[in-house]
Write a new protein. Structure first.
Length: 429
């Protein structure tokens, strides 16, 4: 039973959250910040989320469950009996998520494609497979591997929107999953208010595949914010990246040359173990020596001063323990409740001039928007932006346009020494 004091605290927190959202609508940034502080007090003090590249649990799942999930994460799938394919991109989760430790990013890129119809609306690509008969219709993901020649489908010239995307790291994603929708929506409203509409992150509501299958939540995973739940993300990855059907994604992209005798869906428990592994991962740790250098500290101040932190938000918080989300299928455990973490992202969609032209779960206006890249763990990467077009941090910063134009201009006006300080800060993340 909930105690009276606990109910009172929750009531105060709810009232303050309502006031914050109203202030974000009508204005009053100073009062808004004050209420944010009061809300934190009402919810109880936040503690720092655990960090590390060690594959030891953050406490949200048991170490034995995380180890079992890790074993599934690194398992190489076969066409028989696992159900790999018929079309796929990788044979295991670790193929795309293994640097700087299992669960990290990689140089692996996926291909997406489509075209615009006569009304200028994006239409995902359709492929005729090599058997000359079978088609995969309106699916923007173009698998680059197959278990037999007949399952291969090549792009037609009319599918003239083509885009590649880097694989993303999974470290700390469970903390992102445990951020309240309202917090992300409030960030978007505050950005537009603070910048006079110049910066305007978009929060989109996407389906939660588990539970009733009718629930939605603010998207936060994937370059297009196409998922809000790590279990939904796992189901999507199994089907679309490995071709392995599962309880949440039971329909094959194609059955051409699919081996006979394989149960459908192919996997029943794998996605749950994969989700458990992701939910046990810690946040990416800082390089503390670099972070404490005078150059990095001054670079952090400059990073904020020129406006980069408007989108690359330094600190977010998880909801209180016991909060239920994902259509009632996930309850935030004590180990995840009321934590501070530092992703340097707002997890919203923005047009920074690098968009890939692809629409997924969002409306038509998201075609040239991508999710703000979280900068935690940045020092472990050598390719930047969603499609790896930038190969150093200067190039990545200077590649920003549109909503980020003003910040880039501010960066360009800095001295070479000041620019180097910002890069020193980024290399501490």
């Amino acid at each position: 039973m909930t105690s009276p004091s606990s109910r009172s605290t929750n009531s105060v927190a709810t009232s303050l959250r309502t006031a914050i959202h109203e202030l974000s609508r009508v204005g009053g940034l100073g009062l808004l910040l004050l209420l944010c502080v009061l809300l934190a007090v009402a919810q109880g003090s936040f503690t720092e989320a655990p960090s590390g590249f060690d594959n030891y649990t953050n406490g949200a799942v048991s170490q034995s469950d995380m180890d079992a999930g890790h074993a599934q994460f690194v398992e190489v799938e076969q066409a028989f009996p696992d159900g790999l394919g018929p079309t796929y991109n990788a044979t295991s989760c670790v193929s795309c998520h293994q640097s700087i430790a299992d669960g990290g990013a990689s140089q692996i890129k996926e291909l997406r494609a489509g075209h615009l119809d006569s009304r200028g609306q994006f239409v995902p690509a359709s492929l005729t497979l090599a058997d000359g008969v079978t088609q995969i219709r309106e699916r923007s993901l173009i698998n680059q591997r197959a278990i037999c020649p007949d399952a291969v489908g090549q792009l037609r010239p009319e599918e003239d929107i083509r885009a590649t995307r880097l694989s993303l790291p999974l470290f700390g994603d469970v903390f992102v999953e445990a951020v309240a929708d309202a917090d992300l929506v409030a960030i978007a409203k505050n950005q537009a208010q603070e910048t006079g509409g110049r910066v305007h992150g978009e929060a989109i509501y996407v389906p939660i595949l588990e539970g009733s299958g009718k629930s939605v939540r603010v998207g936060r995973f994937g370059w297009k914010d196409q998922h809000a739940s790590l279990l939904s993300f796992a189901a999507d990855a199994y089907l679309n990246e490995m071709g392995v059907t599962n309880p949440l994604q039971p329909t094959e992209a194609t059955t051409v040359c699919n081996p006979v005798g394989i149960a459908e869906p192919n996997s029943t428990d794998d996605i749950f173990q994969f989700a458990a592994f992701m939910r046990g991962l810690k946040a990416p740790p800082r390089d503390t020596v670099q972070a404490n250098s005078s150059e990095a500290r001054e670079g952090a101040d400059l990073f904020s001063k020129i406006g980069c932190e408007v989108c690359h938000v330094a600190t977010l918080h998880t909801v209180t323990a016991g909060t239920v989300f994902n259509d009632g299928t996930f309850t935030v455990p004590q180990a995840l409740g009321s934590l501070s973490f530092h992703p340097y992202s707002d997890f919203l969609l923005h047009d920074i001039g690098t968009g890939d032209g692809i629409v997924q779960n969002g409306p038509a206006d998201t075609r040239n928007k991508v999710r703000t890249m979280p900068l935690w763990g940045l020092r472990t990467r050598v390719e930047f932006l969603h499609d790896a077009r930038a190969h150093d941090l200067y190039q990545a910063i200077q590649g920003h346009r549109n909503e980020a134009e003003e910040s880039v201009e501010e960066f360009q006006r800095l001295s070479g020494y000041e620019k180097a300080k910002i890069v020193a800060f980024l290399k501490s993340l």
